[in-house]
Design a protein around this ligand. Sequence first.
Ligand code: ZN
Ligand code: FE
Length: 253
Amino acid sequence: MRVVVVPCFSDNYSYLIHQEGRREAVVVDPAEAGPVLAALAEHGLELTAVLDTHHHWDHVGGNEELCDRFGHLPVYGHASDAGRIPRLSEQLSHDDTFQVAGLSFRALHVPGHTSGALAYVTGDAVFSGDTLFVAGCGRLFEGTPAQMYESLNGRLGALPEATRVFCGHEYTENNLRFALSVEPDNQDVRAMAARVAALRARGEPSVPSLIGDEKRINPFLRCESAVIRHRFADAPSPVEVLARLRALKDDFQ
Ligand code: ZN
Ligand code: FE
C-alpha cells in the first residue's frame, strides 16, 4: 500500500491511497478537487472512491467536482453525516469494514471534533482527520471531552504502536510548542520538534507519525502522565485533564 500526501489550501492534507502496482486509488478528505486531480495525473492513478473523515468544508470541498468528473464514485462517511457530507452514498457505523481499490478498510467512530467523525484504518495506517493530529487533537466543536478522551485514548490509542498516523492538517509545529509548554522536560517532544523542524524547513510534511510516538509526545494521549496530572492536580479525572488541556490549547498561539 502506498500513500500520496496531497497538500490542499494552506494547511490541509488530502491523501491518495493505492495498492502498489494498481491504478485504482481512493482519496481521503478531498479538501479541493484541483490538487487531487493533479496528484492522480502525476501518479497515473484512477479515482475509485472518496472517504470523508467528517463533514467540515475543508475536508469535503472536492466531493462534488470529483463525483461529477468520475461519474459513479462511492462516497464514504458516518451515517449521521447524511445531509452534511455532499454526495454521501456509503453510510458507515463504528467498526464497519469495506473493500475498495483492492484495499480493506475499517472505520472507527471517533466523535469529539464532530459528532460523526470517523478514522479509517487500512494496513499499517490510520487516517485520523481532525480527531488526532500529530502531537495534538481537534477542537471540540460537537463533542464532549469524554467523547474525545475515548476516541483518542480508547479507539485510536488501541491501534498497534507501529500504526502510521496521517492526519487532516499540518499543525504539528504549533502542537509541539504547546506540548512543550505542558511538559517542558519531555525529551521525546524535543526530539520530535527537531525532526519536524528539519522536515518543514525542506517543505516536507510532518506526517506520518506513529501511534507509539503519539503516546510519548501528544499531551491529549498523556492525560495520565505524572507531569500532566500534577499540573492539573485539582482535576478530578483524566477526562477533566483533557478538557483543561483543550481549553488551554484553544487560546495557545
Ligand atoms: Zn474539521
Ligand atoms: Fe479541518
